[in-house]
Design a protein around this ligand. Structure first.
Ligand code: PLP
Length: 283
C-alpha cells in the first residue's frame, strides 16, 4: 500500500512516526474513517467537519485546508486502486519529550492516512444480522470527541467476539449509549425509530445524521432519546450505523432474539435508502 505521512506519499513499510509522538504515548490524536464505494468518498465534508470539531475541543489546530485533505484522500484512493473500502485519517498533536503538559509545544500536528480495501456492500453482518452483548460504558465522559483512545471499546469488542457475538453495545444507567464503533437504534411496535440524543456521551455519527435524514424523507417517525435495556430486548427491530457498516441489523441481544430473530424491514429499507443517497452525493 501507498500511505501518506506528513506531506509524503510512500510505501507503508517505509512510513515512520516518532516514538515520542503524543498519539502513541497519550492517545493524543483524533481520527476519521471515510467509506469508499466505486472509488468515491461517502459523506466526505461531514467527516472533515467533525474532524475539525474534535480538534477544536482538544485545542489542536488543523494545518490543512479542506481542499488539501480532499486531494490527499483522492490521491490515496487512486494510488491504491481503491474501489471499495476505507480511508483512515489520523491527526496527532505531534512529538515532544514525554510530559502531561503540552502547553509549551510548538510545531504542527502530524498527519497519517492509509487505505483499507474491504467489501462493504456484500456484508455478512447485514445479511444475517448481528449478535450483540451488553457491557457497562466505562469510557471517559467525552465520547463525542473522536480520539484514538479506543482501548475500552476494543477490549469489550474482543470479549464479545470471544463470547460468540459480533459486537458490544455499551450501557449507562440502564440505557444504551452506543455500540463499540457505531450508533445504536431500536424500532418499536409502532415503527418509531429511537436513538439516543446527541450529547457528550456518544459520537455524533455521520451515518447517524444521514440515516435519520433519509428516515424522515421516507416518512418514518424518528425519536431522539435514550432507550433502556428492557426496551431494546422487547423491540421489534434493532440496528447500528457507522461509516464502515452503513446500517446493520441486530438480531440477538445477550442470547435473546430481537423481533423475529432475522433482519427487519426498517433496517433493510434504511440500509438501501442510505446507500442510494450517499452514492448520489459521493465525491
Ligand atoms: N460511535 C462510535 C463510538 C464510533 O467509533 C463510530 C464510528 O467509528 C460511530 C459511533 C459511528 O460514526 P460514523 O457514522 O461517523 O462512522
Amino acid at each position: 500500500r501507498t500511505v501518506y505521512v506528513n506531506g509524503v506519499y510512500l510505501p507503508e513499510n517505509q512510513a515512520q512516526i516518532s516514538i515520542f509522538d503524543r498519539g502513541f504515548l497519550f492517545a493524543d490524536a483524533v481520527y476519521e474513517v471515510t467509506a469508499v464505494l466505486g472509488g468515491k468518498l461517502l459523506d466526505f465534508e461531514a467527516h472533515m467537519a467533525r474532524l475539525k470539531r474534535s480538534m477544536r475541543e482538544l485545542d489542536m489546530t488543523l494545518p490543512y485546508a479542506d481542499e488539501d485533505l480532499l486531494a490527499i484522500h483522492k490521491a490515496l484512493v487512486e494510488k491504491n486502486d481503491l474501489e471499495e473500502g476505507l480511508v483512515y485519517l489520523q491527526l496527532t498533536r505531534g512529538a515532544a519529550d514525554r510530559d502531561f503538559d503540552f502547553s509549551e509545544m510548538t510545531g504542527e500536528p502530524g498527519i497519517v492516512l492509509f487505505t483499507q480495501a474491504k467489501p462493504l456492500i456484500a456484508s455478512t453482518l447485514a445479511q444475517r444480522g448481528q449478535k450483540i452483548i451488553l457491557a457497562d460504558d466505562l469510557r471517559w465522559g467525552r465520547s463525542d470527541i473522536k480520539t484514538v483512545q479506543l482501548l475500552y471499546s476494543s477490549l469489550m469488542k474482543t470479549r464479545a467476539k470471544k463470547a460468540g457475538a459480533d459486537d458490544v453495545w455499551l450501557c449507562r444507567d440502564g440505557k444504551i449509549t452506543e455500540g463499540s464503533s457505531n450508533n445504536a437504534y431500536i424500532v418499536t411496535e409502532n415503527n418509531e425509530i429511537i436513538t439516543r440524543e446527541l450529547s457528550n456521551d456518544i459520537l455524533h455519527g455521520i451515518t447517524r445524521s444521514a440515516v435519520l435524514k433519509v428516515a424522515k424523507l421516507h416518512q418514518m417517525k424518528v425519536i431522539e432519546r435514550a432507550f433502556t435495556i428492557e426496551e431494546l430486548k422487547s423491540a421489534k427491530e434493532a440496528f447500528s450505523t457507522s461509516a464502515s457498516g452503513f446500517v446493520n441489523p441486530v438480531v440477538d441481544v445477550d442470547g435473546l432474539a430481537i423481533g423475529d430473530g432475522v433482519p427487519g424491514a426498517v433496517s433493510s429499507t434504511l440500509r438501501e435508502a442510505y446507500l442510494t443517497e450517499s452514492r448520489r452525493t459521493a465525491i
